[in-house]
Design a protein. Structure first.
Length: 94
């Protein structure tokens, strides 16, 4: 019954984008960036065809997931790179 209702209203892309937005926040990493971009595209298409609440909230969630993932990647590169370099320098070369 839910499938008929979704197909009738045309909310599929918005719902998929919404779910990808949630996943992008949970997987704050490189995968989170991928899910955020895909989810944003789905929600954007949904909003252009037939604006829905899922599409609108999905866009917001995907933007939040994308920003969090980029911040995490920048922090990891900033703080882990010197740590890895110092560890590799102290590692005995053979």
């Amino acid at each position: 019954m839910v499938d008929k209702k979704l197909k009738k209203r045309g909310d599929e892309l918005g719902l998929i984008g919404f779910i990808f937005g949630i996943i992008s926040i949970i997987l704050v990493s490189n995968n989170g960036v991928l899910f955020a971009i895909l989810g944003f595209i789905f929600c954007y298409i949904q909003q252009k065809k037939n604006p829905t609440k899922f599409g609108k909230i999905g866009i917001i969630l995907n933007i939040i997931g994308f920003v969090l993932a980029i911040i995490l990647i920048i922090l990891a590169l900033t703080y882990l790179k010197p740590l890895l370099e110092s560890t590799l320098e102290s590692f005995p070369a053979q």
